[in-house]
Design a protein. Structure first.
Length: 197
């Protein structure tokens, strides 16, 4: 974007071009140059009380502005993850999130019922690792249990919020005791049209 901005300032490139071969570049460029962080980077730094040059000064060379020093900080309002990746949960034997309430999301690698369909075990995978996180849903303590029970099983996508606890099984160190479950996408294939679970 900086190169294109410089090219536009010396009139080597026209950012208002309607040429179809550059329409994607023009659209991308116009998006970038209107971001707060880009606008801030183009502004000259505030003058300091000392007259000696520093690493963050802006140099004027033959009428063009060049930036030196540290880039502007990342604007955190652009993106914030509201879930924990399964790779992070399973790291160090699950010690980082043990006894904490977390939200994970992904798709069901396997599902299994227990206690006459009162408990649903879902091995959830989000693609961050090859291993899945065992999530335990209970008919008495998990909201939206029935919706998850009738999701179609393997391949359905979920968002689970619950407490990360030590696993009672031998195959994994931790498991998620799900308190709130959200079915994001069921597996449709229960009929010929593919419209039923």
């Amino acid at each position: 974007a900086c190169v294109l901005h410089h090219a536009a300032s010396v009139q080597a490139w026209d950012p208002s071009s309607t040429d179809e071969s550059t329409s994607n570049v023009v659209r991308w460029y116009n998006t970038i140059v209107h971001q707060d962080c880009f606008i801030t980077a183009l502004q000259p730094p505030k003058s300091s009380s000392s007259s000696s040059p520093t690493a963050t000064t802006t140099a004027m060379v033959e009428g063009e502005q060049r930036l030196h020093g540290v880039a502007p900080p990342v604007v955190t309002k652009l993106y914030k993850r509201h879930r924990v990746r399964i790779k992070e949960v399973l790291a160090q034997g699950g010690a980082n999130y043990l006894n904490q309430t977390i939200t994970v999301g992904g798709w069901a690698k396997t599902t299994r019922n227990a206690n006459k369909k009162a408990i649903l075990f879902v091995e959830l995978n989000d693609g961050s690792t090859g291993h899945g996180l065992q999530c335990v849903l209970n008919v008495e303590s998990t909201t939206n249990f029935e919706e998850c029970q009738n999701s179609g099983g393997t391949g359905a996508s979920f968002s689970f919020t619950g407490k990360c606890v030590e696993s009672q099984g031998d195959e994994q160190a931790v498991e998620l005791q799900v308190e709130t479950a959200t079915l994001l996408g069921a597996v449709m294939g229960g009929n010929v049209e593919g419209t039923a679970v």
